[in-house]
Each structure stands twice: as structure tokens, then as C-alpha cells.
Design a protein. Structure first.
Length: 60
């Protein structure tokens, strides 16, 4: 997935059960993955969401 230089994703989200899994390092790793590979259960945005089991999910 290529992102336009003019457009930058400002966030990614992911499911976790442990608060300790949430860190700047983890967020950057997932953000970088999203930029390189697009949305997946590993890192996604609200336009291309996944549920906690990894299935696509439409937010309404």
C-alpha cells in the first residue's frame, strides 16, 4: 500500500488484552507495518477495522 506524500495516517489501532502491550515502541511498529502492508488485524484504522478475532468489521 502506498500512501501519498500529502496524506499520512495519524493513527493505528489494534486489539490487546494487556495494558503493558501499549507503548510508543509497539505503536510505531504497528504504524510502520500498516504503512508497508496496509490494514490487517495486526494494525488497522477505523475505515478498515477488524474485530478481536481478526475478522473484518464495519463500524457504524
Amino acid at each position: 500500500m502506498e500512501l501519498d506524500d500529502e496524506k499520512h495516517l495519524s493513527y493505528v489501532v489494534w486489539w490487546t488484552e494487556k495494558v503493558k502491550d501499549v507503548s510508543w515502541e509497539e505503536a510505531f511498529k504497528r504504524y510502520d507495518y500498516y504503512i508497508q502492508h496496509g490494514p490487517s488485524p495486526f494494525a488497522f484504522d477505523f475505515k478498515s477495522a477488524f474485530d478481536e478475532k481478526g475478522n473484518t468489521y464495519v463500524l457504524k
